[in-house]
Design a protein. Sequence first.
Length: 132
Amino acid sequence: MRPTELFLSYSSLDTAFANSLIDVLHHHSIPVWSQTNIVGGMRWYDEIGAALRRCDWFAVILSPRAVHSMWVRRELMFALRQSRLDGKILPLLYQSCDLDQFSWSLLSVQVIDFTDDFHEGTRALLRTWGVG
């Protein structure tokens, strides 16, 4: 089932990769909520919370920076506690990192690998929803 809206969690230091991925998802009509939706004057923590409660899929871009990001960890922990997101949490491996250090629970979820080839990673991601 295609997402009504996908929450994309990532370290702000991985924004260039995230933006490339968002462009591909938008091209395939997959709505994405990310940090880029927050504009001046918004209370960013309220916006993140509202999006986490609203989105019906959750993806996390994994990198060494994400593993050390307090906010990425908080977003993932929230998503993992939501039964409505069972089977709808997607770990996207951008750069090799210690997943066990980050979240032991992600080790049981199939990772979509972007480390060797961005286009192959996006094809694998889109196949999740039968797109592409």
